[in-house]
Design a protein. Structure first.
Length: 396
């Protein structure tokens, strides 16, 4: 096995069990390794530290599989770790009966670059790193055995694969497409999931608990849902008895699916729902000019900062959208605002929202910090795993 030798004093992050080894920490690779091959990571003095997946095309040159230098990375390794990840979720009562559930959450489950979401009896697998791609067959086999799923669809088509020197890979790897559209029930609401063409793996499971909170807050409130996608927050607001829900998105296909989702739920008051295709930034300015105001606003924009390099530009976009949100709130109104950008840390996002309130001339209070549910765990030694950040604010 090839050895990845680190520069002096560059082993400190590994001592803290951080799983990424950046190019600037590497002295040399002794031996030959193909992308995705397992290499032994050693300190400058030769002391064994870990075993990791080699990725020469990426700034993250290696991602640690195990901090035990003696552990073997083979098919049995993935069987053990995938089974353990599913058992951890079964140990949490609120996760046991979810139709939609994240089964594997990358580094925080000890499986860098491996994401798996279950929708009913269908699992969607996403492999984003060279090591995960190298062990595709073992991962699929272990996932099928551990989950007992009828179908697995691979959605390894995220932009980050290009940074690893990998091409996109999509398609059914177990079973075939279901005969009818795939649907799940989330917090009592039926939702369609498009595993082949939808965002991410087909649905935003990371917002499940925040959508439930929206339902709890929405009663009798004039509600605005921005970047609504297929209507998850909107339908939960209707389920909670919102007086009216205006949902805005720039995607006509997403809005069409949202309308279909509403039709799947005849118990909801469809006459209280309004769907609008528009650029959210421009439409919020139009709403303000028209003098419209709301009691509850949800801002769940797309990823503005995929990495820290984009943080400054993203901060301006987050500030602008939150300024507009604050200005559209009635006195006592609630703002649920989110960032899914890994390049924006939690304290930075709160400062951005604070500055936005000042720019909007509103006095606001933080009622609650919002995050992903426990099927999206964050390893304590891997802060980058906490990509979803949210704030529930109330204005005077």
């Amino acid at each position: 096995m090839s050895q990845l030798v680190l520069l002096p004093h560059k082993d400190r992050s590994l001592a803290r069990r951080h799983p990424w080894i950046f190019a600037g920490a590497v002295d040399r690779l002794d031996g030959r390794a193909r992308p995705g091959d397992t290499v032994e990571v050693v300190a400058a003095n030769g002391r064994p530290l870990a075993k990791a997946a080699w990725s020469p095309a990426s700034k993250i040159r290696a991602r640690v599989w195990t901090f035990d230098p003696a552990e073997v990375v083979d098919d049995a390794f993935f069987k053990r770790h995938i089974q353990a990840a599913l058992e951890r979720r079964q140990s949490i009562p609120e996760l046991r009966y979810q139709d939609g559930l994240r089964l594997l959450h990358g580094e925080s489950d000890g499986l860098p670059g491996v994401i798996a979401d279950r929708y009913g009896d269908t699992v969607v697998l996403q492999l984003t790193a060279a090591g995960a791609d190298r062990w595709r067959r073992a991962i699929i086999g272990a996932l099928q055995r551990a989950s007992g799923c009828a179908r697995i669809y691979e959605r390894s088509d995220s932009d980050v694969r290009r940074l690893e020197g990998l091409d996109a890979v999509t398609g059914w790897v177990l079973g075939t497409a279901p005969a009818t559209p795939l649907t799940i029930v989330e917090n009592g609401v039926r939702m369609q999931v498009d595993v082949t063409a939808g965002h991410k793996t087909g649905f935003y499971l990371d917002q499940r608990e925040n959508r439930r909170l929206t339902r709890d807050l929405a009663a009798d409130r004039m509600t605005l849902n921005c970047f609504c996608y297929t209507g998850g927050f909107s339908l939960q607001a209707l389920a909670g008895g919102a007086a009216h829900v205006l949902s805005i998105d720039s995607s006509a296909p997403a809005l069409a699916t949202a309308i279909d989702n509403l039709a799947l739920n005849p118990q909801l008051a469809a006459e209280r729902a309004e769907w609008r295709q528009a650029d959210v930034f421009a439409e919020l300015r139009t709403l303000r000019s028209a003098g419209q105001r709301f009691d509850l606003i949800i801002l769940d924009p797309p990823k503005f900062a995929p990495s820290a390099a984009y943080a400054e530009r993203a901060a301006r976009a987050y500030r602008d959208i939150n300024v507009l949100g604050f200005r559209l709130l009635n006195p006592g109104g609630l703002l649920m605002t989110y960032s899914c950008s890994g390049g924006i840390r939690g304290e930075h996002f709160q400062q951005i929202v604070s500055d936005a309130a000042l720019d909007a001339g509103r006095q606001a209070r933080l009622l609650r910090r919002l995050a992903a549910p426990p099927d999206h765990p964050v390893a304590l030694h891997f802060g980058e795993g906490e990509y979803l950040k949210g704030l529930l604010c109330q204005v005077d």
